[in-house]
Design a binder for this molecule. Structure first.
Ligand SMILES: [Zn+2]
Length: 364
């Protein structure tokens, strides 16, 4: 796939679609260019390793493996079934349809998850305020596209990937309701094998991704790899030390138990569902610093002060309040260690210019 280079001027009257200027994906296995390798079928593949990549629910499927919940085949089938409802349902209707197709989520928890999907753009707006104001952005684990929508509305050049194409179907619906679908390229891809060359994006973002990954270190190294020197990798994640409700399974006190006891308790209360492996901001920072050079790491409680003022719900008011309290000197230390959401900002230095540095007290 050829990209229009910035020095190549378009011919007069030639329309240049926005996507031509977006960073084009490469083979996730060997990072060579992708092109049409089968003229008869139009199949896209790698020019070097000859691996073919098919389409799934209208997306170019660049995954190298499946997620932990479904096989690749099952996942593609589910995304296709969901896409059949895409034209006739609203974002809310499509999200409800998704949960009707997902038997292992109880009706009461379905409602909670549906509300979370519908409100995720608010969280995206708060996260967007923490990214430098110019440059291209990649979101890894884009899910239902709340952050992508907030970024595209703000005029940012944004690309989203997620290992679950079923979620990208919901994201595409969200963007089409906002007339943003042509501005936000979406790719099913693995966080551990991002389909871009080194130093492609100015900034990279991941919200609530790390704890779901089997190989989080590889994913973080990939995010750093595709980010340009001088760029930022910003991570939000649920804090393992938070004493309140677990956001995944809706139970309290799990973090006071060891993992096997907590898993037995979850199985008793919620059935056989996977409990993501959470870490505190300090634990994630240490893991990242062991694996990567030429970066600076700053960790703290998630900065929620940018939560939109337009959200007058109780959750919105409490979230802004929490964000402001977290700025106070003693509270900031407590919130960093025990608050609900952790934040890590990785600053990627130009190779050889500045050595690795780990912020010991974690406060930016
Ligand atoms: Zn290849």
């Amino acid at each position: 796939m050829k990209v229009l280079k910035s020095h190549q001027k378009p011919l007069r009257n030639q329309k240049v679609a926005t996507w031509h200027l977006k960073p084009e994906p490469v083979c996730p296995e060997c990072r060579s260019e992708l092109s049409v390798i089968h003229k008869a079928t139009g199949q896209i593949g790698c020019e070097t390793c000859k691996k073919g990549y098919s389409c799934c629910a209208g997306f170019l499927d660049l995954r190298t493996r499946s997620d932990r919940y479904l096989s690749l085949n099952q996942e593609r089938q589910k995304a296709k079934r969901l896409a059949d409802y895409e034209a006739k349902e609203s974002l809310e209707g499509l999200t409800r349809q998704y949960y009707r197709m997902t038997a292992d989520v109880s009706p009461s928890r379905r409602e909670m998850f549906v509300r979370h999907v519908l409100k995720s753009e608010l969280r995206g707006q708060a996260l967007l305020k923490l990214i430098p104001e110019s440059g291209t952005v990649l979101e890894v684990g884009a899910g239902t596209g709340g952050f992508l929508a907030a970024a595209a509305k703000a005029g940012r050049m944004i690309t989203g990937v997620d290992i679950a194409s079923r979620w990208l179907v919901v994201a595409r619906k969200r963007h089409s309701e906002l007339n943003l679908e042509h501005q936000v390229p979406l790719y099913p891809a693995c966080a551990e094998h991002l389909p871009w060359k080194d130093q492609t994006f100015d900034h990279t973002v991941a919200d609530s991704l790390l704890e779901h990954l089997e190989y989080p270190q590889e994913a973080i190294s990939e995010m750093i790899r595709v980010t340009k020197p001088g760029g930022t990798v910003l991570l939000w994640f649920p804090n393992r030390n938070w004493p309140g409700m677990d956001p995944h399974v809706g139970l309290r006190g799990l973090n006071f138990l060891n993992r096997s006891t907590a898993e037995r308790y979850i199985k008793w209360r919620r059935g056989n569902i996977h409990w993501p492996e959470m870490r505190s901001p300090r634990e994630w920072s240490r893991l990242i610093s062991e694996q990567n050079n030429f970066i600076e790491i700053q960790y703290q409680a998630a900065d929620l002060t940018g939560w939109p003022q337009s959200d007058c719900s109780m959750k919105g008011i409490c979230t802004r309040l929490l964000g402001n309290v977290s700025k106070l000197p003693v509270a900031s230390i407590l919130m960093t260690h025990f608050g609900p959401i952790g934040q890590i900002r990785i600053l990627k230095n130009a190779m050889g210019l500045k050595p690795f540095h780990f912020e010991p007290n974690g406060i930016v």
